[in-house]
Design a binder for this molecule. Sequence first.
Ligand code: ADP
Ligand code: MG
Length: 684
Amino acid sequence: MREESLKTLKGIGDKTERLFQKAGICNLNQLLHYYPRDYDHYAEPVACGAVRAHEKNAVTGCVVLPPEVKSGKHAMTILHLRDETGSLQVNWFHMPFLRSVLKRGSVYVFRGMVSEKQGRKILEQPEIFTPAQYEKLRGKLQPVYALTAGLTSRMVGKAVGQLLEKKELEQEFLPEDIREEYGLCEINYALENIHFPGSGEALKRARNRLAFDEFFLFLLGLFRLREQTGSESNMYPMQAVWKTEDIIENLPFQLTGGQMRVWNEIERDLKGHTRMNRLIQGDVGSGKTILAFLAMVMAKENGYQSALMAPTEVLAAQHFETIRRLLEENRIFDAEPVLLTGSCTAAEKRKIYEKTASGEAKIIVGTHALIQEKVEYARLALVITDEQHRFGVRQRMRLKGKGFEPHVMVMSATPIPRTLAMILYGDLDISVLDELPKKRLPIKNCVVDPSYRPRAYRFMQREIQNGHQIYVICPLVEESQELACEDVISCSRRLREIFPEDVQIGVLYGQMKPQEKTAVMEAFAGNQIQILVSTTVVEVGVDVPNATVILVENAERFGLAQLHQLRGRVGRGDAQSYCIFIQGDGKEETSKRLQILNHSNDGFYIAEEDLKLRGPGDLFGVRQSGLAEFKIADIYRDAELLKAASRAARDLTELDPDLSLPQNCSLKVRLDAYMERQIDDIGL
Ligand code: ADP
Ligand code: MG
């Protein structure tokens, strides 16, 4: 069933298939593993007076008077509900036909978000059910999927529903005794209940199992890799060089004590007997890039090549610029730096391949394209991955396949508690950059509701007049019917109307063409754009020190760690910076969570407090970290599960290192496929 086309399902033709493909779902197997991002609970309907603002409510109401239709640019249909508990206004946009659909004297259940305007509650754009229809759904959890334009949760749900009718979706691959020991449910039960949970309890069990699987396979992969990489001796021994001292001397700032300490550790590694395998962990803005640069220069001076890999093209391009500038400032002319990304033209690529294969290019910057099949290196001795959440495993597998066992340096701003880092990063040594550059003023934060926007805009205008720049972050790219939150397109239009003409506004989001993205980022870095309206694509690594304000719309939609990363885009220069979180949902618990950010700029503290606030039972909140490695598991929320999976993987590897025992046969097949997919997934 795995690779079968979606069109084998009823109701999916060419057009719908394309919509699914856009969301990254190309076959039945991918559909099955396209887990909901949330669940909609069909609660007991309430009376008009009992609705709660800023939440989804189901309201039972009788149509006493037919709805009125206000025509105009946004045709609006308004219905007034009333019962003994109170009254409630119901609004629909663009649905004038409802006037003839809603029968006078009939009772319906209306279900939708309730907003509050000037103290008055309004039910917005609700779905309409007959009481009998609603009764069938009552108490159930319905899946909500992450969507792209055109695809609705209902469409995905229907397609998945058809799949689930088959009895065995997947063969069980976890050995019986592991399932028993760790209290894990069967795989088919998990798949069924992750999409359509029979109950809250069933959902919890399903999620637990699938999250365990992700950790478990990841860790087994890590162990296998470690086994295979075998020799850990330093095949590229280096000498300390004067050039790096010169660079440190010439910097416009002084390295922090932390940076000096970590640089010494890196230098020692590169000179040592064993290969470097080091994780450099440092909060946003702690200054990791300069360490990468120093290491690359040391490699070059020793006659080797080094590569710096970034997770996005935007970041790769930025690093390239930084490195080029630093090389020039330090009068280093023989490094021949190159930038290799997916959007290079074929001709450009050919040229770069030549330079890397001949060894002419000593410093190579890029995305995952760097370890593509076609790229050959002459003397690649050092690979650095930046803001890299993939722990370098896939990359190392790739390079190993090419016959290289270079020094590996992983740089990350994700604040992972040490115990977890030791599991996830396997055998990496860990260096911590624990101080921020001096002279930095702490970022000033505020958490406000949407009514504060006009004031925020006035403030932004003042900052722009003072020569500074602004980020505005929205959770969505385009307006969505299903999710009531801010989007990049509408937001940039609104800003355009408000701000004077000489203020340039740019937009940035994932689906833009790579060249467009790079162009926008460059314009922002060069201050040709003053306001950048963006999704979270700027989350990692982007460094424009002149930006002093970041305004985050619908802050409740993001995990705290993610918000902290976003906030890290400002406060990178000497000027005072500001972070404005706009909370769109008015909920008490959200405010509480956001207050953690409001009161601290320390990534570790934030991650820990967030965990405490959630408690281990809270499984389905906002995803905590943007760690791309795991689809459903979350290293913070599932810390205990991660430890369990680590124990299980270790025990199993000790007992049956190559999974040759009969009870581990299915697991072996699954692990092989997993490893294969990890390599494919590098985005080639
Ligand atoms: P991150 O650790 O988030 O990757 P960067 O390496 O991008 O941080 O550094 C953030 C900014 O701080 C850069 O503009 C960099 O030039 C500057 N910087 C780095 N180290 C120092 C320092 N010791 N003192 C002052 N500024 C520094
Ligand atoms: Mg960085």
